[in-house]
Design a protein around this ligand. Structure first.
Ligand code: A2P
Length: 393
């Protein structure tokens, strides 16, 4: 019997973020209260959903004689065993010598469609899951925004003690909130970007920091923001194979963020500061917040040497001043960006509010137009080469 390839979502790794369903151009993805699933009769294997998936749960392809129905998939706790089907237009799997037994057992994915920067170190992915989490201990929880500021943003440090939790700058972790949801089921994991460099929040301490904003009524953010020193937290991950820092001191890194979108860039900046403070590659940060009081890490950011990082802050709600967004600051720096954009070692990362994506795109298009470059083709090249990464929500 001829086997057919079927696209499936791994319910263990999936964090039910709805990204795949939003992305699918042919509406082949749907969900119930339990699982996100792919309709075999609609999926045309275009892979549009693969790259945006924050965990890699989407990247599963099985050879089957009869495709699984969505009713079958709704009932799954895990993927059925089966022969893995071929995946198209993907980078080759990592060579075995580069992955530990643990990684090989934990992930069958072969890489996202927007590749990681060529120089990025190979990440470990999904070493721990909602069902098999690692227990981290809260080493500290600090409010970052000023008392009385509109946003309540916390810096939470998790200590993995004797458990291995290797991660890279730009990856995320999943937190499993305790208790059950209103239907009596265990909560889905909540994903947070790591704000530390790979050596840990403190080098050699096997720990990492998160930057979390309290969302009124939010199960995950309130749980994390209320954690106390010594509390034990169930952690899944690490996740993310694409939004990684180039491991190249010559790389110019343009970082654009709003609010807690700054978390991965804190990791990037610390990595450079600790390991290559006099690197020839430039770090350029565009950071948007309502005011200095609402900007996480404002104080430490202001203390960084200008030779390490070129900081551009955009405040939108300063009394008596017009609104300023990151895209306005990008335009202000046209002359310098026009020099950086065409360079082969320039990387762009955007993280934060979804709304800024379009504004940044237009700002880069304007800079290119004024300087004899075509942004659409430049952006396509950057994407193809793993030098343009967007993580917005
Ligand atoms: P605004 O004052 O207009 O909301 P938040 O504090 O809600 O996380 O937002 C972080 C910053 O991002 C704020 O300064 C906010 O401005 C700004 N912002 C909101 N929408 C956009 C957008 N479309 N493009 C760029 N920045 C934006």
């Amino acid at each position: 019997m001829e086997l057919k390839r079927q696209h499936l979502i791994d319910p263990v790794v999936c964090i039910r973020c709805n990204t795949c369903e939003e992305t699918c151009p042919v509406d082949a993805i749907t969900h119930d209260g339990n699982n996100y699933v792919v309709m075999a009769e609609k999926c045309n294997f275009c892979r549009a959903c693969v790259s945006p998936c924050p965990t890699g749960a989407i990247d599963n392809w099985l050879l089957v004689d009869n495709p699984w129905s969505i009713e079958d998939q709704f009932g799954w706790e895990e993927l059925p065993l089966g022969e893995t089907g071929p995946t198209e237009s993907e980078p080759a799997p990592l060579p075995p010598e580069e992955v530990s037994d643990l990684l090989a057992a934990a992930t069958a994915t072969t890489g996202p469609r927007v590749p990681a920067p060529a120089s990025a170190t190979s990440p470990y992915v999904a070493l721990y899951s909602r069902e098999k989490p690692v227990i981290a201990r809260v080493a500290g929880n600090m409010r970052l925004t000023a008392d009385g500021a509109g946003s309540d943003i916390h810096h939470v440090v998790l200590d993995f003690q004797h458990n291995a939790f290797p991660f890279l700058e730009g990856q995320s972790i999943g937190i499993v909130p305790p208790g059950v949801d209103d239907k009596g089921r265990a909560h889905n994991i909540r994903l947070y970007s790591i704000a530390s460099p790979r050596e840990g929040e403190r080098t050699g301490f096997n720990n990492l920091a998160l930057t979390v904003k309290r969302v009124p009524g939010g199960v995950g953010s309130n749980y994390v923001c209320d954690l106390k020193k010594g509390d034990e937290v169930k952690v899944a991950g690490p996740f993310g194979q694409s939004f990684l820092m180039p491991d190249d001191p010559e790389a110019h890194i343009i970082m654009i963020c709003t609010g807690t979108g700054a978390a991965p860039f804190r990791g990037f900046t610390e990595r450079r500061r600790r390991n290559a403070a006099d690197a020839p590659g430039k770090l350029m940060l565009f950071f948007g917040a309502r005011s200095p009081e609402e900007l996480p890490y404002f104080g430490p950011l202001m203390k960084l040497p200008k030779s390490l990082i070129d900081v551009n802050l955009a405040f939108s709600r300063l009394p008596g001043q017009p609104k300023c967004y990151v895209q306005d600051k990008i335009r202000e720096r046209s002359a310098d960006l026009a020099v950086l954009l065409p360079q082969a070692k320039t990387h762009i990362y955007i993280c934060g509010l979804k709304g800024m994506e379009h504004g940044c795109d237009e700002a880069f298009a304007d800079i290119c137009r004024l300087n004899g470059m075509d942004w659409a083709s430049l952006r396509a090249t950057l994407r193809q080469e793993g030098r343009y990464h967007v993580e917005t929500y």
